[in-house]
Design a protein around this ligand. Structure first.
Ligand code: MIC
Ligand code: SF4
Length: 655
């Protein structure tokens, strides 16, 4: 095979375009996943597109984010999802069975396949050679209908790993090192392909920790080659038949290269409140810690919890600190229990949660006010834990457990010097991943054959085609790196309205300005202004849908996060790029108007537009969009566009 891994897999799946960085390409998708809080819109849109059967190799619907079912609306969503999976032909993973990325890795992920997932951490199985991309729910619905997925061909970056990790240093430190070097926007428009002799020193679960959190770099995806570790891991899962050898060609040409000598990495930690605020653990040693949580799709696997159990064997956690384990899958829980480790952890003072995302998005285990929480998660955006002004640190399970033992942040290498018998637990894989499959319902033996919608499940709102005039008040001026958690929060109060846009829209941007929804309604809509990397974080299309519902027609930002920008096109909001000077001059409350006839001009392919502010001054703004994106946005989004095209194409999924 020639080329990079990315070129090989995309080349095999290419249906449109050429593999030149920046060019829009369309690829065939083999697998899709969605989860409970994005999945309801996925299936409602699948239904709205008049699709009636999943058309690809495998679709899996998980219930993982809000499994405590505080409100009947959550339970109704889960029942709807089971009915949709049964009706349309997807696997259904029951609430509490585990986080989509972990369960998918255990049961379905396969080298050489392409996957699209309605969750930003979909790239996780890149650690075993799957080319997996996070996307908005509408794109996932279209892929399930057999349509290609369109995106800009990323630059392929060779991350060459050399050497071997030292004691107490882990895969989490490798990805934290990447974040330290590149920042949360350093991966936008890129695929990180890991190569070099260091790859062979990492097991598959370690690789998937790195590919999972590649999302925090803003990357399109991250991927590892496959080798005997991959084959061995699949054998332990009982799925060795899906193994395929994948290696980049010796003369593969990359767009860029980063070299990481694993032996020089030390235990690292992301300090509040951005995943790229990374420092050596020793720099913040001594910080008192109130809460420790091991879990999430990054570090919640059996292999992540086992080191904590070994470190705590025969010990107790500090009286000042609470420690919670939230396994990423029920299989991990079951295996820990069967091997006796659950009892060991409980005896040390640890509490167990069901297998859920939960605390990662502020559902349960919300930290106390003015307290410090050390978590093995991937995001520590301000307020995401459920309390404004939180202090969440991100680390490896070893660093987190060391903090639980001492009650303060400590480099585990220093703790090991102090504590007799504390040894680096390393990574140990079970001989066989065993566990019940009772919670996975196959499409061949479904429970339901028709949709069951509770009273909270509403219609998907549709947007009108773009008019000639685009004019509106700047409703909010925001800074850099605004996250989707700021735009549409994912906490317990809000999540129950994921399938009810009119209600969910009431939460829009309230994390930045609580009066936003009322002001937007009173003004009859308007526009938004933001700095760099607007919309980073989640894949949730609600971050476009809810502003759209409130009448927002365009976002003027210095730059956009990849998935969010695609979601804006999909829902008919125009993402205009502005320069530093224009950003500085625009004030909240200003009247912004595009001078050109916006709808027709966009359709005709114009790249620059004249923005007039307060009928006083003008600036040039840019629309970076493919022809396909222009057609979508001008039609008011992908759903109306596809409806308009119905009858013109065999599948509604071609655009
Ligand atoms: C997240 O980690 O922010 C989420 C919650 O998993 C989201 C999905 C969602 O908003 O439902 C993501 O990462 O895409
Ligand atoms: Fe769940 Fe957190 Fe992973 Fe998102 S990042 S899928 S909320 S565990």
């Amino acid at each position: 095979m020639s080329g990079t891994l990315t070129e090989q897999i995309l080349g095999d799946h290419l249906v449109e375009g050429s593999l030149d960085p920046g060019e829009e390409i369309g690829i065939e998708i083999d697998q899709v996943l969605s989860q409970d809080t994005t999945g309801t819109m996925v299936w409602l849109q699948f239904e709205a597109l008049d699709l009636d059967e999943v058309q690809l190799e495998l679709a899996a619907q998980y219930c993982d984010h809000q499994t405590y079912q505080f409100d009947y609306k959550n339970t109704d969503d889960h029942r709807f999802l089971r009915s949709a999976a049964g009706t349309f032909g997807a696997y259904f993973s029951r609430p509490g069975n585990g986080i989509c990325h972990q369960v998918h890795k255990e049961h379905f992920a396969a080298p050489g396949r392409t996957m699209l997932g309605a969750d930003s951490h979909t790239p996780t199985p890149g650690g075993l050679g799957e080319f997996a991309i996070g996307a908005g729910g509408l794109d996932v619905a279209v892929a399930m209908g057999g349509g290609p997925y369109y995106f800009d061909m990323p630059k392929v970056v060779n991350v060459r790993l050399e050497g071997e990790l030292g004691p107490w240093t882990t895969a989490k430190d490798v990805i934290l090192e990447m974040l330290r070097r590149l920042s949360v926007k350093g991966g936008v428009g890129k695929v990180f392909e890991y190569t070099g002799p260091g790859v062979a020193t990492l097991s598959v679960p370690e690789r998937t920790t790195i590919t999972n959190m590649g999302t925090e770099l803003g990357a399109t995806t991250s991927i590892f080659p496959t080798d005997e570790h991959t084959e061995d891991f699949l054998r332990r899962l009982g799925r060795e038949e899906v193994y395929e050898e994948l290696q980049p060609a010796d003369d593969a040409e990359y767009d860029d290269e980063i070299v990481i000598d694993l032996s020089t990495i030390e235990p690292l930690i992301a300090v509040p409140s951005m995943p790229d605020n990374v420092v050596p653990v020793r720099e913040v040693a001594g910080t008192p810690v109130d809460q420790v949580i091991i879990g999430s799709c990054t570090n919640g696997a059996y292999e992540d919890i086992l080191p904590a159990a070994k470190m705590l064997e025969g010990r107790e956690i500090n009286k000042t600190t609470e420690m919670i384990i939230a396994p990423a899958s029920k299989q991990a829980s079951e295996m820990l229990a069967r091997h006796g480790w659950t009892a060991e952890l409980m005896a040390a003072g640890v509490n167990f949660s069901e297998a859920t995302c939960g605390a990662c998005i502020g559902i349960g285990h919300v930290p106390a006010s003015d307290s410090v929480s050390v978590r093995t998660f991937n995001r520590n955006f301000e307020g995401r834990s459920g309390i404004d002004g939180d202090s969440v640190y991100l680390s490896s399970p070893e660093v987190a457990t060391a903090a639980a033992i001492t009650g303060e942040i400590v480099d585990p290498r220093d703790l090991a010097e102090e504590l007799d018998g504390l040894e680096d637990p390393g990574i140990e894989l079970p001989e066989r991943y065993t566990g019940s499959t009772a919670d996975i319902i196959s499409p061949d033996d479904p429970v339901d054959d028709e949709l069951i919608k509770g009273p909270n499940i509403s219609e998907v709102p549709l947007q009108e085609p773009l008019a000639e005039e685009l004019r509106g008040e700047n409703l909010l001026k925001m800074g850099d790196n605004v996250t989707t958690d700021h735009i549409t929060p994912a906490n317990a109060d809000a999540l129950m309205f994921r399938s009810n846009i009119p209600r969910y829209a009431e939460f829009t941007l309230t994390r930045i300005d609580s009066s936003f929804p009322d002001r937007a309604k009173a003004a009859g809509g308007g526009v938004l202004v933001a700095g760099e990397n607007y919309g980073q974080g989640s894949s949730r299309e609600h971050a476009a849908l809810c502003p759209m519902y409130l009448g927002v027609e365009a976002v003027f930002a210095k730059s956009f996060a990849r998935i969010h920008k695609a979601n804006l096109f999909n829902f008919g909001l125009v993402p205009f790029r502005i320069d530093e000077d224009t950003y500085d001059r625009i004030e909240q409350g200003d009247e912004l108007a595009i001078v050109d006839d916006v709808g027709p001009t966009i359709r005709d392919g114009a790249e620059t537009f004249t923005l007039r502010v307060n009928d006083d001054w003008e600036a040039e703004v840019v629309l970076d969009a493919s022809d396909r994106e222009r057609r979508l946005v001008a039609a008011g989004g992908k759903l109306p566009y596809t409806k308009q095209q119905a009858g013109k194409a065999d599948t509604p999924a071609d655009d």
